[in-house]
Design a protein around this ligand. Sequence first.
Ligand code: PMP
Length: 433
Amino acid sequence: MIEERDDLYGAESAQALAAEVYENYKQFVNPPLARVMKISGSPVEVRAEGCTIWDQSGKAYLDFAGGYGVFTLGHRHPRVVAAAREQLERMALSGKTMFNVVLGRAARRLAELAPGDLQISFWCNSGTEAIEGAIKLARAATGRAKIVSTVDAYHGKTLGALSVSGREPFQSKFRPLLADSVAIPYGDAHALERELSDAAAFVVEPVQAEGGVNIPPHGYLQAVRELCDRFGALFIADEVQTGLGRCGYRFACDRDGVVPDVMTLAKGLSGGVIPVGALIARAAVWLRAFGDAPLVHTSTFGGSEIACAAALAAMDVLEEEGLVARARERGEQLLGGAQAIATEYPTVVREARGLGLLVGVELTHEGYGGFIIPEMLRAGVTAAWTLNQQRVIRLEPPLIVSGAEIDRALSALGQGVAAAYEKLGTLPTDSAR
Ligand code: PMP
């Protein structure tokens, strides 16, 4: 029961809890965010399990925002929670002066699952840190500085990752960013050919997630592989959001059957229980960069026992529960349903596209989204914008989602789109971001 769990976190009522959180956000967390969340009717998350989040009043929401890809195994998968709990009783964080058993095992397991000969991994705590590591590794391995990235990419918000991410409003206050970073159109191998000869690396998402769920043409990553080989630049695949089953492949690179030189991971890697990030590189590349300098790239919290124990359990669950195949199957159901809604309301939805359980619903006008997402929330389903393309609503549920839950989410989306059409009519087509 709710009372027994104290889902009100000691507050006297649901209203009191909501008021307390809002005040804290307004004064101590992020005043403008507090305002935006209040206007959009954001409730307070108090508990989560599987595909469901409960708010302060006990209302359940199907989580189709999915923590932007964190909750591949759903919330609090019992095997991951048990592994983390067990590790907590032994040793939570690494003392760093001695060998760490669980880090060694997690690194070995990741190398077994990763494509081709990707072998040596560096463990950190977030996606952006994994990208920072990959950029440093590329510079050290090649002796070159330039990093090529793609327009509309999203790789994170620390300064290096931000320099290779493609949204002006996120960058403008922080210039100058990393020198020698160049963005080319996504999916365009000819543009890459023109930029690569003096580059340390090309960093690319196998599917651009925050850029609006953009899927490159088949063969693009093979062309990337060939060009990187020809010019001696590293191929960095950012699988922070697409990796570990999300796209119906173990890694989205597998769709093109390519092995990058470096792959970055985070989000789903530790099963949605403990923060984690990692990069994994080919041994020769890693050794060329860091082989003579064991402490040149480190992290105090990275590779902690508790995160690695969670990651080990999460990798086992992914494989043993057949979640990669499941993502592909359920992804077809979700995409098919979203496309049917697009066909019914072409003046509101321009297109639905996706790979596995990463589906983007592109609207004809950004204004519709501000109506549809709150409407879905009222119907008990979370969804979210993509960060670099506000005209696209992403649907990114846990890979354990059931067919019936997908039907419920589609029905909420359909209601939201219908309500937006009734309320707002036909808005002019929008090219804004
Ligand atoms: N790379 C990609 C592809 C991402 O989608 C994200 C986060 N949306 C990041 C990197 C940054 O990850 P984090 O927020 O954990 O720093």
